[in-house]
Design a protein around this ligand. Structure first.
Ligand SMILES: Nc1ncnc2c1ncn2[C@@H]1O[C@H](COP(=O)(O)OP(=O)(O)OP(=O)(O)O)[C@@H](O)[C@H]1O
Ligand SMILES: [Mg+2]
Length: 320
């Protein structure tokens, strides 16, 4: 396959069946027609408020959920045609909560060794141990910690263990699902920097999920902004930061503090009115219109599609 992309997502849909009352069933459209592509070695940031479908996109990419519709291609091949064990060796996930995603009664050695066992990545016990120690060193953990239990570690260190476990199979692609959101603000930057260093060393490709732009804008080459199951804007990280076009992105950016007080003063904070609508009671047309100050009649009738506005910048909005 000569695709320029490592990962291609085409019109991905993930609908969950839900009960809305006695004998009443409906679908919750967690992801509704999402498309994007990621080049080898690139980081795509995926941002949006809680519940907009970010984790579901990540989990569907890795086939932790089977898609309701659409396709995911990895190296040009549809993931649904691939053997799941082979897929797990190429694509991994780092989870949001390092407390619930690691078994507290397992030692660091057991946790990192598990994927090595599953994928039979060593021939001798000594080789297994060397690999574990190497992975620990990669993520900045001390060799002496190998026999300690996960519950003995702080959040930041647990997340390092989780990353070492994901790296154990030498994957090409990692979905990092809000890997620093549960951590103390003071160590978030450290852990994000570690992800960057690892990418430089290993050439791994990331989908980096976060709910605010502050976290992703340095690590990402490009950023996609999601609102209620759809991507509303996608562009190079700098371009999106400097020239946001979708009113939702503008409001997200207005909440990000800027070190220069002059710029902060110019960029007025935009507080969105109303709550995110329930995904079970979506507005007609553009889902954002109920909170958008530019909404017109057209927005209620028809949902705008992502449209190329030049410079690799795509926006789904009727307002230009
Ligand atoms: N297994 C499931 N069954 C039913 N509904 C689900 C399931 N998983 C997620 N949802 C719903 O799908 C929507 C998207 O959820 P998702 O977890 O993907 O959002 P998110 O953007 O990752 O949010 P957060 O920032 O809080 O992690 C939500 O409305 C959620 O309640
Ligand atoms: Mg999530």
């Amino acid at each position: 396959m000569n695709s320029e992309y490592l990962v291609e997502v085409q019109d991905l849909k993930q609908y969950f069946p839900v009960k809305t009352g006695f004998m009443k069933n409906t679908y919750l459209k967690a992801v509704d027609g999402v498309s994007f592509a990621i080049r080898p070695g690139e980081t795509l940031g995926l941002v949006g408020e809680s519940g907009c479908g970010k984790t579901t996109v990540g989990r569907t990419l890795l086939r932790l959920y089977e898609p309701t519709g659409g396709k995911v291609l990895f190296n040009g091949e549809e993931v649904t045609n691939k053997n799941i064990t082979a897929l797990r060796k190429e694509m991994q996930m780092v989870f949001q909560d390092p407390y619930s995603s690691l078994d507290p009664r397992m030692t660091v050695e057991d946790i990192i060794g598990e994927p090595l066992d599953v994928h039979k990545l060593y021939t001798t016990k000594a080789e297994r141990r060397d690999k574990i120690l190497h992975l620990m060193e990669l993520v900045g953990l001390n060799a002496e910690h190998a026999t300690r239990y996960a519950h003995e570690f702080s959040g930041g260190q647990r997340q390092r263990i989780g990353i070492a476990r994901a790296l154990a199979v030498d994957p090409k692609f990692i979905v990092c699902d809000e890997p620093v959101s549960a951590l103390d603000v003071s160590i978030q930057a450290q852990v994000v920097n570690m992800f960057e260093d690892l990418q430089e060393k290993l050439g791994v490709t990331y989908l980096f999920i976060a709910h605010d732009l502050l976290i992703v804008r340095h690590i990402s080459n490009r950023i996609a902004v999601m609102y209620l199951g759809k991507i509303v804007e996608i562009a190079d990280a700098d371009e999106l930061n400097d020239y946001p076009q979708h009113p939702y992105t503008v409001s997200l950016l207005s909440a990000v503090p800027i070190p220069d007080p002059n710029i902060t003063r110019q960029r007025k904070r935009i507080i969105l009115e109303g709550d995110v609508p329930s995904p079970l009671r979506m507005p007609t047309g553009c889902a954002f219109r109920s909170r958008c100050r530019y909404a017109t009649e057209k927005c209620a009738k028809e949902c705008p599609k992502l449209e190329d506005r030049g410079n690799g910048h795509f926006v789904a909005c009727w307002n230009k």
